[in-house]
Design a binder for this molecule. Sequence first.
Ligand code: BV8
Length: 232
Amino acid sequence: MRQQRVVVLTGAGISAESGLATFRDAGGLWEGHDPMVVATPEAFADDPDLVQRFYDERRAALGQVQPNAAHRALARLEDELGTNLYLVTQNIDDLHERAGSSRVHHMHGRLRAAWCTSCGERHEWTSPLIGEPPCPSCTSATLRPDVVWFGEVPYDMHAIHEALWACDLFVSIGTSGLVYPAAAFVHYAIGNGTRTLELNLDASDGSSDFHESRRGRATELVPAWVDELLDR
Ligand code: BV8
C-alpha cells in the first residue's frame, strides 16, 4: 500500500509552549499592537522605525526560546514520510528547522531573513534592521523584514495548492483559522475529498469544517498523533 501523503499547516499555537506569544490569545501580540499599524506595507511606509522595532524585538526573542515536543514530533514525521510530508507554516520563527525539519514552507516569511526592496535580494539576518544597515548585495539602506504583511501575496501558494490537491490527509495545528488564504486550506482539501484533522487548544473559526477536531496542547496532541499515524 503506498504511503499516505500528508499536508500539515501550523500556526502560532505550535510555538506557544516554547514561550512565543500567539497573536490573538490573552497577552498575544495583537493585544499590544494593531496588526494594521505594524504588519502592512502602508504601516512600513508611514513609520518604518515602529515596524522595524516590532520585528527586531521578535527576532531577538527567538534567541531565548527552544523548539518543543510538537516541533520535534513533526521533524520525526518528516524522517519517516520523507517527501510524502508537506509542512507549511504561517509562523515566521525558525523552531521547525531548529527541531530538525528540513523542508519547511514559510508562507508568511521568516524573521531571520531580510529583503532588499532595491535589488530584491534576500539575506539570512539575525541582527536588528533599525538603523538601516546596508544591503550586503547593493549597499542600499532599503532592507525590510522578509515577512508577508496583510495585503501582500503569501509565498509558495502554487506549490501549496498542488500539495493540498495531491494529499490524502490535511492536518491543521495551533491556528485560529482567521487569516486567509491559510484559513481556506481546509475547504480546499475537503473539496478534493481529503481527510482533515485539527489539533488545537481551543475551537477555531473553522473547527466545524474538519472531519475531526482534537482539543489540547500541541506538545501532547502532536506527538500522540504522529505515533498513531506511524503505527498505522
Ligand atoms: C492576501 C506575518 C491576497 C507577519 C501574517 C476579509 C475577509 C477575508 C480575508 C480578508 C479580508 N480582508 C483582508 C483579507 C485578507 C487578509 C486576512 O485574512 N485578514 C484577516 C485578518 C481577515 N489576508 C491577507 O492579507 C493575506 N494576503 O490575502 O493576499 C491573496 C490571497 C490568496 C492568494 C493570493 C493572494 C496575507 C496574510 C498574512 C499576514 N501576515 N504574519 C507577522 O507574523 O507579524 S498573519 C499572522 O496572523 C500569522 O502568520 C498567522 O497567519 C496569523 C495568526 O494566526 P495564528 O497563527 O492562527 O495565531 P492566533 O494567535 O490567531 O491563534 C493561535 C491558535 O493557537 C488559537 O486557535 C489557540 O487556540 C491555539 N493555541 C494556543 N496555544 C496552543 C494552541 N494550540 C495548541 N497548543 C497550544 N499550546
